[in-house]
Every structure is written in structure tokens, then in C-alpha cells.
Design a protein around this ligand. Structure first.
Ligand code: OGA
Ligand code: MN
Length: 226
């Protein structure tokens, strides 16, 4: 793992256990995930919470802190804007704030609930802010680079105000299984502020459709040790 990829320190269970509050919303999402391999909820975070995250991310973007995202094996990352057009900023110990700390506790609740429900052995979260400039996309892909199975559950929290259907930028999920989705039946998620999407990293193909305006998220993976 490259040196800049550090995990949110608040995300180990021991550090946040006292603050974790498992809500019915988290339980419902975990139930959906166990049943169908994905879950989506609008308003997972209330307005003030995700707006604080969006403001923090935009400020860091203005400061030039984001980097062009790579594709493929971690050891041999390259940049192909036609396939993947986003810029990312990894969350790390130096970058925790009240806003990211709150999300860390929500994701810790999700992690422990998923473990209890499905014995996934999820152990930590790694994540980044991601910003797609207008006209960027991420072609259909899976989230387990280099054959590593450590990424078990992909997590995307959207941070965009007033997103309209005509703005594009949908996350399209193609869940695996007997009802393998096609483009026509894919699960489409608009990247509206406060919406959370989670899906099984190993076998859920997905893509980010071209957006007509800049598109911001906090995204990452709940990981096992393997
Ligand atoms: C990714 C990804 C989905 C999204 O970063 O790997 O697929 O909706 N993101 O931003
Ligand atoms: Mn992905």
C-alpha cells in the first residue's frame, strides 16, 4: 500500500466503540446488503452534516490537495482520463475533522452491524474524498485491484447540493447473481448530498456515468485483513 494511504484513526473499533450508535437506518441498510449485495439510502446524513463535509472537501480542492486517481494494480498505477476521470484525496490521521469524525462513527456502526449480520470480518475503513470534474466518468469496473480481496464493501457518500436527474453522474450498479443486471435494469443512484450507497466490492460491477457538473463524494471500502 502506498505511504499516503493511511486509514482514519477513528475507524478501529476500540477507539470509537464508546460513541457508536447503531441506528435503525444502519440496521436496515445492513439487512438490504446481506439480502441483495447492495443498499442505498437517501438522507443517510442530515443536511448540515454532509454540507460540512462538502465545504471541507471543496476547500481542500481549492488548495490543490487532490491528485489524479490511478487505475489498476496499486504498484503500477497509471492515469487514463477516458476510463477514470476523478481526483482523490485520501483521508488520514492528519486530516480528521469534526465532519469526518462523525462519518467515521457512522461507518463504524455500519461495519460492526455488517459483521454481526454476515460475519464479513470487516476490520477497518480506508477512504478518500473524490471529485469528478464536469464531463468526467469512471467506466464499468470492480473494486478489488491487483487481485486483493481485502476490500469487501464499497461505500460511497455523496456530497452534492441540488443534483438533478439531468446532471448525469449516476452510479450504476450491476449486482451479481441469477438476475445479473443489464444496462436497462441496473440500479441507478443519483449522487445527491446525503445519499449513501454500499455494495459488495468483489462481484458488483459498477460505473460512474458522465456528469455535467463537478461531482463530489466521500468514498472508500470496509476491509477485511485478507
Ligand atoms: C470508485 C467508484 C463510485 C461513485 O471510486 O471506485 O466506483 O459513485 N465510485 O463515485
Ligand atoms: Mn468503484
Amino acid at each position: 500500500m502506498p505511504a499516503q494511504v493511511l486509514n482514519l484513526p477513528a475507524m478501529t473499533a476500540a477507539q470509537v466503540a464508546g460513541d457508536v450508535h447503531v441506528t435503525t437506518l444502519v440496521q436496515a441498510m445492513a439487512g438490504d446488503f446481506v439480502r441483495q449485495g447492495w443498499a442505498v439510502r437517501e438522507n443517510f446524513l442530515e443536511l448540515a452534516r454532509w454540507q460540512a463535509l462538502a465545504a471541507e472537501a471543496e476547500q481542500l480542492w481549492e488548495q490543490g490537495a487532490f491528485r489524479k486517481a490511478g487505475i489498476g494494480r496499486v504498484a503500477a498505477q497509471h492515469v487514463d482520463a477516458g476510463i477514470r476521470g476523478d481526483y482523490t484525496l485520501w483521508l488520514d490521521a492528519q486530516r480528521t475533522s469534526a465532519a469526518t469524525g462523525f462519518v467515521a462513527r457512522e461507518l463504524e456502526a455500519l461495519r460492526s452491524t455488517l459483521n454481526a449480520a454476515a460475519y464479513l470480518g470487516l476490520f477497518e475503513f480506508e477512504g478518500h474524498f473524490a471529485r469528478y470534474p464536469a464531463d468526467a466518468r469512471y467506466a464499468r469496473h470492480l473494486d478489488q485491484p491487483g487481485g486483493s480481496e481485502a476490500r469487501r464493501v464499497s461505500v460511497v457518500l455523496y456530497l452534492n447540493a441540488d443534483w438533478q436527474a439531468g446532471d448525469g453522474g449516476e452510479l450504476c450498479l450491476y449486482p451479481s447473481g441469477p438476475l445479473q443486471a443489464t444496462a436497462a435494469t441496473a440500479v441507478r443512484v443519483l449522487p445527491r448530498g446525503g445519499t449513501l450507497a454500499i455494495f459488495a466490492s468483489a462481484d458488483t460491477h459498477h460505473e460512474v456515468r458522465t456528469a455535467r457538473r463537478a461531482r463530489l463524494s466521500l468514498s472508500g471500502w470496509l476491509r477485511s485483513r485478507a
